[in-house]
Design a protein around this ligand. Structure first.
Ligand SMILES: [Zn+2]
Length: 330
């Protein structure tokens, strides 16, 4: 290190001993320490980026991911990478590629450092997003339209008539909700390149809001003229179910998000709904604001504020409906 300092001071290898002033000024030492720290940080960043890529790559080899499911999301992903550095560069089929947006869906429990990605999607840095398959599967029927929930147990005939319509509604809602999660993570990849949930490089709340805004701006800019209606519909389905299930004694009481950085999904859905209203022809509509007054985040609140609990939402809703039907007089 001493020799390096001397070289920085203008000494050459040949005259270090003879001509150079070998005393090190405190300022120079300070500057050198800063430079060394920066070098070490960059080295750490480089090595940990590499190891994430290698980790995911070996997982691709071992079959941790369902590459076909990943591929199915290509059209959704495309909406969110148009005109970005990932345009035309989506990789869902092979090991992570440099400069590509790499997207994978786990087919089973992920190993080692990836194992925390449960019931979620995450941007793990190095242009790579991983989703848990169980989480995406929960969107395959994200609203609670089942025969029993609407007409009771003996309603085969009526049910058959409307089944088709409801299943289309289910599909639309699921697709739009899944697009939210994926669009949000792509927002992190595009806007917050250096961040990583895997390396615990913290996302701030501002970054989280920016990722949600990224999703919404692009979802609404889609060519479909009814895009705003469809997104609102999907968000409202989620909001209504979550609120009605968490409603207890005058308020919907929900739990905070597990990571403490994101707001609970329910509040995020409402914030997005409000933004759509703000952009609409009737910006004075204060539906979400007044609904917000009936919601409180409490430690003992219901977990329905989280998408992770989607499965629970459906089960809880079915139970509630069952009770309602039993209580009905014949
Ligand atoms: Zn996020």
């Amino acid at each position: 290190m001493y020799v390096i300092v001397q070289i920085l001071q203008g000494c050459t290898a040949g005259n270090i001993i003879k001509d150079c002033d070998l005393s090190m000024s405190p300022r120079l030492l300070f500057g050198f320490c800063i430079a060394l720290t920066l070098c070490l940080l960059m080295l750490h960043y480089f090595v940990s980026s590499r190891s994430i890529i290698e980790l995911v790559g070996s997982c691709v080899d071992k079959g941790c991911f369902d590459l076909q499911v990943g591929e199915k999301f290509q059209p959704v992903i495309q909406t969110f990478v148009d005109a970005t550095r990932f345009d035309g560069k989506i990789n869902t089929k092979s090991k992570p590629q440099l400069g590509y947006l790499n997207f994978y869906v786990a087919s089973s429990k992920l190993p080692g450092r990836l194992s925390w990605i449960k019931c979620n999607c995450a941007y793990i840095g190095s242009d790579t997003i991983i989703c848990d398959e169980a989480f995406l599967r929960s969107f395959s029927s994200s609203v609670n339209f089942t025969r029993d929930s609407i007409y009771g147990k003996d309603a085969d005939k009526i049910w058959e008539d409307v089944r088709r319509t409801l299943s289309k509604v289910n599909d639309d809602t699921s697709t739009n909700l899944a697009a939210w999660i994926i669009g949000h993570e792509i927002g992190h990849a595009v806007l917050h390149e250096a961040s990583s949930s895997l390396r615990r490089i913290a996302m701030t709340r501002e970054m989280e809001n920016a990722a949600d805004s990224y999703y919404l701006d692009r979802a609404l800019a889609a060519k479909d003229p009814k895009a705003a209606d469809k997104v609102s519909w999907a968000l409202n389905q989620f909001i209504f179910q979550a609120v009605s299930l968490a409603y207890d004694n005058g308020k919907a009481r929900i739990a905070a998000s597990v990571d403490d950085v994101h707001d609970p999904w329910l509040l995020r859905a409402m914030a997005l709904g409000q933004r759509i209203v703000d952009k609409s022809r009737n910006p004075a509509d204060d539906f979400y604001k007044s609904l917000g007054q009936s919601i409180s985040v409490e430690p003992t609140g219901s977990g329905v504020g989280s998408f992770c609990e989607f499965q629970n939402i459906r089960e809880k809703a079915a139970k509630k409906q069952e009770q309602r039907l039993e209580e009905q007089p014949d």
